[in-house]
Design a protein around this ligand. Structure first.
Ligand code: ZN
Length: 216
């Protein structure tokens, strides 16, 4: 009788935790699907250890706070710029940024976008090659860890870089595409050659259909 009650209580607690925790979304492709450009080993660490680590840290940090059970975007907006919540913001934003990064790539990606996105890129940057140049420049000049982004602000497209965990979501910008330029994103495959990684990202990995789907 007593053990039965404990079992039911344990299941209820387990369910409650599962219902409110932030979860690691599945990768949108197999772990080896981006080879030879990004190895299964890199994705194993990057997704399986780093991204999972941010999810685990975030769940620990929000446990027992009013943020437990809130959607990820809401946690990011609540904690952005608040010094006392910097740890929660960093982990929440890194969870969001990494999910966005996986979606920014696909096997057999790269090349040029089409339709309205291409028109907007040409309007905002002059032509597609100028966009590629500016995006690569942003990715290479982000000092230390961070991200390069294509974002939409009103009708205009812009390239921005963010440091560490910072994210366009916290700056009222609509993210369309991102490249992770933390060393953990490329070091196993490219060592210190960040430029090769960013050029490979643009040439072979970008998921332009996903970027187009994010436009407002
Ligand atoms: Zn990363």
């Amino acid at each position: 009788m007593k053990s039965g009650i404990l079992l039911v209580w344990g299941m209820a607690v387990g369910l409650a935790v599962a219902a409110t925790a932030i979860e690691l979304p599945p990768l949108p492709f197999a772990q080896d699907a981006l080879e030879p450009h990004i190895s299964a080993q890199t994705l194993g660490f990057h997704y399986g250890k780093h991204h999972q680590g941010y999810v685990d840290n975030l769940n620990k940090l929000i446990s027992g706070t009013p943020m437990e059970g809130q959607p990820l975007e809401e946690i990011i907006l609540t904690t952005a710029g608040a010094e006392e919540h910097i740890g929660i913001f960093n982990n929440a934003a890194q969870v969001w940024n990494h999910t966005f990064f996986w979606n920014s790539m696909k096997p057999g990606g790269g090349g040029k976008p089409a339709g309205r996105l291409l028109e907007c890129i040409e309007k905002s940057f002059g032509d597609f090659d100028s966009f590629k140049k500016a995006f690569t420049e942003a990715a290479l000049t982000q000092f230390g860890s961070g991200w390069a982004w294509l974002v939409q602000e009103g009708d205009a497209l812009k390239i921005v870089k963010t440091a560490n965990a910072d994210t366009p979501l916290a700056h009222n910008q609509t993210a369309l595409l991102t490249c992770d330029v933390w060393e953990h994103a490329y070091y196993l495959d490219y060592q210190n050659r960040r430029k090769d990684f960013v050029e490979t990202f643009l040439a072979h990995l970008v998921n332009w259909e996903f970027a187009a789907s994010q436009m407002k």
